[in-house]
Design a protein around this ligand. Structure first.
Ligand code: COA
Length: 205
């Protein structure tokens, strides 16, 4: 199975894809540290790969550019077969951010999700500080329907960290712990169909 775009192709995530994430760059900002690929050894990468892929409730894909390089991965988890819904995730190599790959991935993945997989709703969670991701999702018609705080997943930093201080409005501090504001967003097939064609480059059925 291959989903083709102008510059990228999306294929089921392979163990080889997972291994190539070792050579990905690093997010310098502490805000995105949780998206750095943390594994080096074969055994832990295999474990991560199994965790992501060895269930029928998840489906992960690698995103390859024109040179065949793995520039990112995306996927769905917690697939609800009855309601035809799931949760979306997308992560790109920090060396390849801001090149339009995220946009192109959604352009070709969303028609696949709603039309080929016959799904009805796609949910996701995004940190309020993650403006690039929010902009990407809104471009495709995702709307926020819940707003809450959750534990900031980066360990070993405290509220005095300069980047946390500089983005204070996105955080809540309680009992020595740091929480960040989260948007829960969703896109329904109906809304996506309305958006289809409005978004430049969107592939029509
Ligand atoms: C979020 C992510 C998937 C987006 O993919 P990308 O290839 O970097 O994004 P694109 O180049 O397609 O740009 C997406 C849009 O965001 C805009 N953008 C870029 N930086 C931005 C910023 N700081 N604030 C708002 N919008 C921004 C771009 O201009 C573009 O919009 P446009 O087409 O209207 O001009 C990618 O940056 C990533 O993997 N980030 C780290 C992990 C992550 O945050 N994952 C999402 C978790 S919910």
């Amino acid at each position: 199975m291959i989903i083709r775009g102008n510059r990228i192709k999306i294929t089921p995530l392979s163990m080889e894809d997972a291994q190539s994430m070792r050579s990905w760059g690093t997010h310098e900002t502490v805000l995105l540290r949780d998206y750095n690929f943390p594994y080096e050894g074969d055994r832990e990468i295999k474990k991560w790969f199994r965790y992501k892929t060895f269930t029928i409730f998840n489906k992960y894909f690698g995103v390859h550019n024109e040179e065949g390089i793995l520039v990112g991965y995306l996927g769905i988890k917690n697939k609800d077969f009855f309601r035809r819904s799931s949760f979306f995730g997308i992560v790109f190599d920090p060396n390849h951010l801001g090149k339009g790959y995220g946009t192109e991935s959604l352009e070709i993945f969303l028609p696949y999700y709603f039309n080929e997989m016959k799904m009805k709703t796609l949910y996701l969670e995004v940190a309020e500080f993650n403006k690039r991701a929010i902009h990407l999702y809104e471009k495709f018609g995702f709307v926020t329907f819940e707003y809450y705080t959750d534990l900031f997943p980066v360990e070993g930093i405290d509220r005095s960290h300069p980047e946390i201080m500089a983005s204070k409005s996105y955080f809540v501090f309680k009992d020595e712990k740091i929480y960040n504001y989260i948007y829960k967003m969703k896109l329904t097939k109906k809304r996506f169909r309305g958006k289809e064609g409005q978004v430049k480059g969107m592939i029509r059925e």
